[in-house]
Design a protein around this ligand. Structure first.
Ligand SMILES: Cc1ncc(COP(=O)(O)O)c(C=O)c1O
Length: 377
């Protein structure tokens, strides 16, 4: 099998698998229990907190564990806006965010907030100047993602954050770093950052929200005192322990992994160069090496996906989370109208090889002319 769907989720690496297994087998006590076994689990969980904080270059007491990126995004957007509603009711985001961000803003519109959805350029960038102009005195929250999950555009988060703060220093800046954490350096500038475990070889169902000390985000949950009462509920300790290790390993090997992944993406692009009617969506030159989004003239993305699947190659036509939301306009169509229907997303990890890229390119080059010949008129 060739697995090129790593932006949807990744395989656990051996060390992470072992750490999770050990935690499930041996370190299963409740971290809130008062006995020594509970204390041991708590210590392991707090080590994971430190590992994630170190990867983000922030303090461990600014990390709150969640059930994943979706919950962290929901919490950041809803919690920040609701906490600030007396100061202002204006919010800013853009059109190509993950649904866990976009739909949180839609909810806030129903609660009376006014939302500006910034337009991006054809690659998914937002200009800091346009952002600065959009920020008002009553703007209380801006949320813009770092690496786009569908086309891999890498935004200059430091410049965007600086633009917001220049226009309104008390406006909270949140960024969804689910696709960049452990893969791209994340500048320490935002007030809140979302990360998720399963994109970096940790289990699914665990994530974290960084909240800069002093930032006001209202909790969405009620119950016990876990996570300083901000995110109550017995912690998913084994997955948290795995997430901590995965974050440490990803941070340590970031440069090496990126080179490896880049070799895979470059091989694929080079091998497809002669093929007619193929377009790269996003930024071909400076996009994330982890994501390659292509449109093939005259072929539906889904048809190509299944043709590749028949050859043991697993890819996507967009984000897994959006695949069940049929009525929304596809992100790729928001960038360039008409490209969405014909697009596929290949996403890589350091476990992939250039040989896999070559084999995939061969299959694409063999399959595309056949599919074009037999396409329904
Ligand atoms: C950019 C982005 N944000 C948020 C999420 C949601 O993360 P999770 O699957 O951990 O809920 C994803 C998942 O694909 C993502 O790609």
């Amino acid at each position: 099998m060739i697995y090129f769907d790593n932006a949807s989720t990744t395989q656990l690496t051996e060390p992470v698998l072992e750490a999770v297994y050990k935690a499930l087998r041996e370190d299963y006590a409740n971290p809130s229990s008062l006995h020594s076994e509970g204390f041991r689990t708590e210590k392991l969980m707090n080590r994971a907190r430190r590992q994630i904080a170190a990867a983000l270059k922030v303090n461990a007491d600014e990390i709150y564990f969640t059930s994943g990126g979706t919950e962290a995004n929901n919490t950041a957007v809803l919690g920040a806006a609701r906490a600030a509603r007396r100061r202002g009711m204006h919010l800013i985001t853009d059109e190509i965010e993950h649904p866990s961000v976009t739909d949180s803003f839609k909810q806030l519109e129903e609660e009376g907030f006014e939302v500006t959805y910034l337009k991006t350029d054809e690659m998914g960038y937002i200009s800091p100047e346009a952002l600065k102009e959009a920020v008002r005195e009553d703007t209380v929250l801006v949320s813009l993602m770092h690496v786009n999950n569908e086309v891999g555009t890498v935004r200059d988060i430091a410049a965007l954050c600086a633009a917001v703060k220049a226009a309104n220093p008390s406006c909270l800046f949140h960024t969804d770093c689910v696709q960049s954490f452990g893969k791209h350096p994340i500048p320490v500038c935002a007030d809140a950052v979302t990360v998720s475990g399963h994109k970096i070889h940790a289990p699914k169902g665990v994530g974290a929200l960084y909240i800069k000390k002093g930032s006001n985000i209202k909790s969405l949950h009620f119950g016990g005192g876990q996570e300083k009462g901000f995110r109550p509920g017995t912690e998913n300790t084994a997955s948290i322990i795995g997430f901590g290790l995965a974050a440490e390993l990803a941070a340590k090997d970031m440069a090496v992994n990126r080179d490896r992944v880049k070799a895979v993406k470059d091989t694929l692009l080079r091998a497809l160069d002669g093929l007619d009617g193929v377009y790269v969506n996003g930024d071909r030159e400076n996009g994330s090496p982890y994501i390659l989004n292509l449109s093939f003239e005259g072929i539906k993305g889904e048809v190509l996906l299944h043709a590749l699947e028949n050859e043991g190659i697993y890819i996507a036509t967009g984000s897994a989370c959006s695949s069940r939301i049929k009525k929304k306009k596809k992100i790729v169509d928001l960038l360039i109208d008409g490209r969405g229907e014909n697009n596929i997303r290949l996403s890589f990890s350091e476990l992939n090889t250039p040989e896999e890229a070559e084999r995939t390119a061969d299959v694409i080059k063999k399959t595309v002319p056949v599919l074009r010949r037999f396409r329904p008129r």
